[in-house]
Design a protein around this ligand. Structure first.
Ligand code: FPP
Length: 220
């Protein structure tokens, strides 16, 4: 969800205004993802490194998150959206923690879209924590402890980094980088990315069957 700050500064507004506009985009994207048949949508709302931002910006982000959860829980239940968060909870304030718990339990039976919001999240810390939790460390047990693999990662705002997001889960993710600032990102952009993803050739390290057939013909 990159570009909120730049979007606001370009309009002579404080960065927080960009985050507020970013919440509007969250609404549009959740609706569009659900309509497009996306099963799981994970939004990177606050990284563990974002604590380094000015105190006022951090507080504003926490407030926006709590307000979003309080406001959207009812609508999510009605639309079959299951809300979850990933990341550390122990450093969040009590009000946000309570809003997360309420949203998670109220929406737990939603089956249309699983909306995961990453808050105080670090991919490296998530891998460490999962490795500490599992009894017998293996690729499979770690995968179970972490969460579903990512098929498509969209990064807005022209950035081309992973920034500690779902590092293990992105092993075979298709990457799409959009120059749009997050507040300008719309349903059409999401659908365009999904279309591009569907057109990609995902080989997971293997070779396409046609190439195997070509090689076999050559060996004959
Ligand atoms: C990145 O843009 C955006 C964030 C770090 C915060 C995103 C959070 C929200 C929109 C708040 C609420 C979230 C939900 C899911 C309801 P940036 O500030 O790094 O912008 P820049 O790259 O232009 O500086």
């Amino acid at each position: 969800m990159d570009g909120n700050g730049r979007w606001a500064l370009a309009r002579g507004l404080p960065r927080v205004a960009g985050h507020r506009a970013g919440v509007e985009t969250v609404g549009r994207v959740v609706e569009a993802a659900s309509a497009a048949g996306v099963g799981i949508l994970t939004l990177f709302a606050f990284s563990s490194d974002n604590w380094r931002r000015p105190r006022e910006e951090v507080q504003a982000l926490m407030r926006l998150l709590a307000d979003y959860l309080q406001r959207e829980t009812g609508r999510s239940v009605a639309n079959g959206v299951r809300i979850e968060t990933i990341g550390r909870r122990d450093r969040l304030d009590a009000e946000l923690r309570a809003a997360i718990e309420r949203a998670e339990s109220a929406t737990a039976s939603g089956t249309r879209l699983r909306l995961r919001i990453a808050v105080d999240y670090s991919g490296r810390d998530a891998i460490l924590a999962a490795a500490r939790r599992v009894a017998n460390l293996s690729r499979e047990s770690l995968e179970d402890a972490l969460g579903p693999p990512v098929d498509l990662l969209i990064r807005t705002g022209g950035e081309r980094r992973l920034s500690d997001f779902l590092l293990w889960e992105c092993a075979y993710a298709e990457l799409i980088f959009s120059r749009r600032m997050w507040p300008d990102f719309g349903a059409e952009d999401l659908l365009g990315a999904v279309r591009e993803f569907r057109g990609r050739d995902r080989r997971f390290g293997a070779v396409p069957p046609t190439a195997v057939r070509r090689q076999e013909a050559w060996l004959d």
